[in-house]
Design a protein around this ligand. Structure first.
Ligand SMILES: [Zn+2]
Length: 164
């Protein structure tokens, strides 16, 4: 039986659709066929984003919550970078600030999306400093870590909708 490439859930046969990132469940099915994206740089960033969000789910299953949030950030960063590439026809800056990158990509984000990106920014920075680990782990519940992952994957799905 095949599994969703993103969340590793078992798929029913009618769900096994591959739009350029491997078979996915209905929730993680990209809005566009990745293989139809003509700009190879845009395609590169968004496919990499799906790789990283799949790694984030894998880490969560292994109870590596902080690492999972870090990969959720990385995946979101690459999704935004695909839109920077598409919307500005320039190479994305080598920065990890999701708000700054979204502005560069000229995205109109909802308040919820802005909150999500600010929160993800925190995990990107603090994961680099091991002394912060216990502090973040103790102030973030398992449910909150699960929510970060769900919301980041929704955001990536939203980004694929913005690809022309
Ligand atoms: Zn899935």
């Amino acid at each position: 039986m095949s599994k969703c490439r993103v969340c590793q859930r078992d798929l029913r046969t009618q769900e096994s659709v591959d739009r350029g990132v491997g078979p996915t469940c209905a929730k993680h099915l990209p809005h566009i066929d990745m293989t139809a994206i003509r700009d190879t740089k845009v395609r590169y960033w968004i496919q990499e984003s799906y790789e990283d969000i799949s790694t984030a789910y894998f880490l969560m299953k292994g109870n590596k919550k902080l690492e999972s949030a870090f990969f959720a950030h990385l995946a979101s960063e690459k999704a935004v970078k695909s839109l920077v590439t598409q919307n500005t026809q320039s190479i994305p800056q080598k920065i990890h600030d999701l708000i700054g990158l979204s502005q560069q990509a000229q995205l109109s984000l909802s308040v919820e999306q802005q909150d999500l990106l600010s929160m993800l920014n925190g995990y990107e920075i603090e994961e680099r400093y091991p002394v912060e680990r216990q502090k973040i782990l103790s102030r973030t519940t398992d449910a909150q870590f699960g929510e970060i992952l769900e919301k980041a994957s929704e955001f990536i799905q939203w980004c694929t909708q913005q690809i022309r």
